[in-house]
Design a protein around this ligand. Structure first.
Ligand SMILES: *[C@@H]1O[C@H](CO)[C@@H](O)[C@H](O)[C@H]1NC(C)=O
Ligand SMILES: *[C@@H]1O[C@H](CO)[C@@H](O)[C@H](O)[C@H]1NC(C)=O
Length: 456
């Protein structure tokens, strides 16, 4: 009798242990089609973000290549709103693999999992493989809902990966994620006041509507993309923030319409606005353009026949290996066409939120690819400078170059040893795509809280 009870308890304990272990093992990727052998583990799957289990967010998690237990946890978010962190971030920018040629994956030598455990999240609901069983959830999604869902995601993700719960956490991303990141960070800090759960150590990226958008005219002009005359009207008659604001309210004035058509003609659709020096034929994966680049004249850069990431992620065997499901859609898309995002949220200035985060002692890095005309470095630099003044942070590192691989990687300035600005030389909007080595140097320095290399 006694032995039976002991056995039963042992069995119960065993099944529990298996159940716990299975949780993340279930999400473990044994091998992606065409994937080279690697020494690190990767996982992907769903985390439910509501009690009814209707809405689930999809993640891809790559453990650090060496000694993951000693490395921080980094959440990466792409923008749009509505574009995928899996397709853009992981498979085109800073993840360990990139689809190439005939359905093989090649290693990315400068993958950010060299320095951190990388968590890519397809957010908000309706993006990529993330879904809701009730399609009415896709309506009226906004910054607030996104931040809240992302918090619930992290909370529930820690149930699958409890070993990461107390790990230093960084939130990084690009483009419209300049909205997601500060708002999520602020929510995590508020949550921590009740229950210390998130060990937030830093954030990277930013956006403020008017300053960012209106720096575009000067960037176009100084790079020779528009004439002196057009620059004149694009700064006086109708500037870009006014155009976007009218456009989203469906009240485009004749003057703005005329100015934009002039700008569009001169800049030409055969120049990639995300990297004005790069030749076109950049994959559709690269355009996170919905809000940041609204156009009357549709400006699709459609000279690319091949779209390797899109093809790869739409393969049934790949989806199976990723534990991904297509719910309510036929295809995995780079940017969602079912998500109905509150586009006017673009006007919410997140720079103030960044200020509050810095006041809580969280380091912030704002970085810009210097070939990007969509969110030009000049706008971001101005915003950071202004924020530093408001917070009364003095310059701790004067504007100077930094180095990567014996070349100038870009320029940097640091305020109060907590707020950093950096450019990445020769980089596009998707900096880790066009300048992988420089981006990795920047990322590493940020994680380690060290100044960017001053010499080589
Ligand atoms: C979907 O959600 C909406 C709004 O919450 C609700 O009114 C509707 O009944 C739901 N539909 C189903 C099928 O559950
Ligand atoms: C842009 O235009 C708006 C509306 O005309 C104006 O209020 C704003 O000051 C302008 N901004 C810049 C930087 O020119």
């Amino acid at each position: 009798m006694e032995t039976t009870i002991v056995k039963m308890i042992a069995l119960a304990l065993l099944t529990q242990a298996i159940a716990i272990a299975c949780f993340s093992i279930d999400d473990r990727i044994s091998q992606l089609p065409g994937q080279p052998q690697v020494s690190f583990q990767h996982f992907s799957g769903y985390v439910s973000v509501d009690d009814k289990k209707e809405r689930s967010l999809f993640y891809y998690f790559v453990e650090a290549e060496f000694d993951p237990a000693s490395k921080p946890l980094v959440l990466w978010l792409n923008g749009g709103p509505g574009c995928s962190s899996l397709g853009v971030g992981a498979f085109s920018e800073n993840g360990p693999f990139r689809p190439s040629g005939n359905n093989v994956l090649v290693r990315n030598e400068y993958s950010w999992n060299r320095e951190a455990n990388m968590l890519y999240l397809e957010s908000p609901i309706g993006v990529g493989f993330s879904y809701s069983a009730n399609s009415s959830s896709y309506e009226g999604v906004n910054d607030k809902i996104t931040a809240w869902d992302n918090l619930v995601f992290l909370k529930n993700w820690f149930l699958k990966f409890p070993q990461y719960k107390d790990r230093s956490l960084y939130i990084t991303g690009e483009s419209y994620a300049g909205h997601y990141i500060p708002q999520l960070a602020e929510l995590l800090l508020q949550f921590n006041k009740k229950e210390k759960l998130f060990n937030l150590k830093g954030i990277a990226a930013i956006l403020e509507f008017a300053t960012d958008f209106n720096s575009r005219a000067e960037f176009f002009w100084s790079h020779g993309l528009i004439s002196d005359t057009t620059y004149g009207v694009f700064t006086s008659a109708c500037n870009y923030s006014r155009y976007v604001s009218e456009y989203y309210r469906s009240s485009l004035s004749p003057i703005c319409s005329r100015v934009m058509s002039l700008v569009t003609t001169e800049t030409s659709k055969f120049v990639d606005k995300y990297d004005v020096t790069l030749d076109v034929c950049i994959s559709s994966v690269m355009s996170q353009s919905k809000v940041l680049n609204p156009q009357q004249v549709s400006e699709t850069i459609d000279v690319c026949v091949e779209d390797e990431t899109v093809n790869y992620l739409n393969r049934k065997d790949v989806q199976k290996a990723l534990h991904a499901r297509l719910i309510g859609v036929n295809r995995w898309l780079v940017c969602s066409n079912i998500l109905d995002y509150e586009l006017l949220d673009v006007e919410i200035p997140t720079i103030n939120v960044v200020g509050r985060i810095i006041k809580e002692g969280i380091p912030v890095l704002v970085y810009s690819g210097d070939q990007d005309s969509v969110i030009p470095l000049t706008g971001s630099r101005k915003l950071v400078h202004r924020l530093a003044q408001e917070l009364k942070l003095t310059t701790t590192t004067s504007y100077r170059v930094w180095f990567a691989g014996m070349q100038v990687g870009g320029w940097t300035q640091v305020y109060g040893n907590i707020l950093s600005f950096a450019t990445i030389r020769g980089a596009s909007h998707e900096a880790p795509f066009s300048q992988p080595e420089r981006s990795l140097v920047l990322f590493k320095a940020f994680l380690e809280g060290r100044p960017l290399p001053e010499e080589f």
